[in-house]
Design a binder for this molecule. Structure first.
Ligand code: B12
Ligand code: SF4
Ligand code: SF4
Length: 439
């Protein structure tokens, strides 16, 4: 940080004017913020290494591969002198309205609701690079690099150093006016431009809202997220089976998660973008979870053309949908899970079986038993058997307790098709208990 500041002192007025000219150009290309930093070693790299060592990256192997390059931007471009860090505000709509809060509607994290941001930002970065080359601000195409998200750069550190804002406790970078609904990208060039001051002066203070609101306790400490627990990782990055302890905690998130940002006070006044590029595509908000489970491959491809959601493929998205259905209290959730249990993808059937097992509805037992007769994939069979075993325990315990207390609960009585209305219910209670005892 000190070196940045020192470097800044060696620049003259013309250099500063050039920097402002570049900034202006960046803003005209659709970026909402543009900052500059040098290519000295990244100060937070030790945090990155410690995070990897703790296993927090889960199955994202590429993050381990990137570790040596993330030490400094010169590791990705030998003669790099300046990183131009840019950010776009993608807060496009009212996804925290009642409609979206309805727990039976599948939720997509904000960044994924429109076109894929990698494509949007890449186009803008390429235009920026072309202009920089035309202005002779790099000595050739090979002496430049553009990155968005997937490159071996510590994007949050670079943006912090270029003055954007601070690392929130949820680890996202927060701008004091724009909030945290920002996507980051970079252009690296081999000419020296005066750096901006690293951000300082504001931090989260004593607030802990995001830590408390996270349903899976993924924010393990200040600025440290265990990706393996994060719904964003579990619904997008993890390709196969979701660990059982998290399956009932997705609420209605089926692609990514915005909870820690939604509760953040710094986002209360975050301005909405006026850039229509970020608009959500149609068909995402109104669909219920049990409708998503009917999504065929062709419709998936059409609905998510040029969308970041394509990353999970149909199988991943439907896996997330049936997982979210497991804890959905709406009566139609059951039919959604039944459809999931018949899906062509074993991954979907597996999670649907678990979801049926998780629900405290007696009818799920016969649904699972019936499916067990036709299921051929071992993984799914095991999931069904485990679900049935947990149900055996649950119901036999419950039934025994009911009989001991001489009460027949509503759900059990319904299951045994016993009338429950008025005096009829009381008159035949002895018969019902006998029937239950007989199995
Ligand atoms: C891997 C990854 C994930 C993983 C892991 C996230 C994580 N927090 O580590 C998962 C899949 C969970 C994820 C989720 C999301 N991600 Co993501 N992700 C990345 C990626 C590719 C690498 C991040 C990484 O290196 N993580 C490892 C940790 C150690 O690094 P870090 O998160 O940058 O944390 C820094 C600080 O926390 C700091 N630090 C840590 N401890 C301490 C202590 C002190 C004292 C100090 C000073 C600093 C400090 O040092 C770290 C290194 O610089 C970046 C893009 C990139 N190339 O950087 C996008 C990126 C971070 N993701 C982004 C987004 C938008 C998201 C989601 C909001 C998407 C969603 N809605 O579902 C969520 C947010 C979840 C969350 N609370 O972080 C944006 C963040 C923009 C922003 N405003 O900060 C990025 C920058 C992508 C982009 N190009 O815009 N992501
Ligand atoms: S994105 Fe969701 S699951 Fe991940 S840390 Fe934030 S609140 Fe927790
Ligand atoms: S919710 Fe509070 S602790 Fe979390 S990032 Fe926002 S201000 Fe910081």
């Amino acid at each position: 940080m000190n070196k940045n500041l020192k470097e800044a002192q060696n620049f003259n007025e013309a250099d500063i004017q050039l920097r402002e000219k570049i900034r202006k150009k960046g803003l005209s290309l659709g970026f909402d913020w543009v900052g500059f930093t040098g290519t000295t070693e990244n100060l937070t790299h030790p945090h990155y290494s410690a995070w990897l060592e703790q296993g927090f990256a889960g199955e994202m192997q590429y993050l381990h591969k990137h570790a040596p390059q993330k030490i400094s931007s010169q590791k990705v471009l030998e003669n790099a002198q300046t990183v131009i860090s840019v950010a776009c505000n993608y807060l496009h709509d009212d996804t925290s309205t009642k409609k979206y809060q309805d727990s039976s509607r599948g939720r997509f994290s904000r960044y994924s609701q429109g076109n894929d941001y990698h494509l949007i930002l890449k186009d803008r970065l390429e235009e920026f690079r072309k202009w920089l080359l035309d202005e002779k601000l790099a000595s050739g195409f090979e002496q430049t690099r553009v990155y968005v998200d997937t490159g071996p750069l510590l994007e949050r550190e670079l943006a912090w150093r270029a003055g954007l804002g601070w690392f929130g406790k949820h680890s996202n970078l927060i701008h004091a006016k724009l909030g945290s609904w920002l996507l980051l990208a970079e252009v690296i060039i081999d000419s020296k431009i005066p750096p901006d001051q690293p951000f300082s002066g504001i931090d989260c203070g004593s607030c802990t809202r995001c830590i408390e609101a996270c349903p899976t306790d993924a924010i393990v400490s200040d600025r440290k997220v265990d990706a393996r627990r994060c719904i964003s990782y579990l619904t997008i990055e993890l390709k196969n089976t979701i660990p059982k302890q998290f399956r009932s905690k997705f609420q209605n998130w089926i692609f990514g998660c915005d909870i820690c940002q939604e509760v953040c006070p710094w986002n209360r006044k975050a301005p909405k973008t006026t850039d229509a590029t970020w608009k959500a595509r149609k068909g995402l908000k109104d669909r219920k979870l049990w409708d998503w489970v009917r999504l065929e491959q062709e419709e998936f491809s059409n609905q998510f053309r040029k969308s970041a959601v394509k990353r999970t493929k149909r199988r991943g998205l439907l896996r997330n949908v049936v997982t979210a259905l497991s804890a959905c209290s709406h009566p139609q959730a059951l039919s959604g899970l039944q459809i999931g249990l018949k899906d062509e993808e074993e991954l979907v059937r597996q999670h649907a079986a678990w979801g049926l097992g998780f629900r405290r509805q007696r009818i799920t037992k016969s649904i699972l038993r019936r499916h067990l007769r036709v299921e051929t994939v071992e993984k799914v069979i095991i999931e069904i058997q485990e679900a049935l075993a947990s149900k055996e325990k649950l119901f036999s315990k419950r039934e025994r307790a009911c009989l001991l207390t001489r009460q027949v609960p509503l759900a059990l009585a319904r299951k045994h098709r016993l009338g429950l209305s008025g005096s009829n219910h009381q008159r035949s209670s002895h018969n019902r208990r006998t029937k239950l005892l007989q199995g």
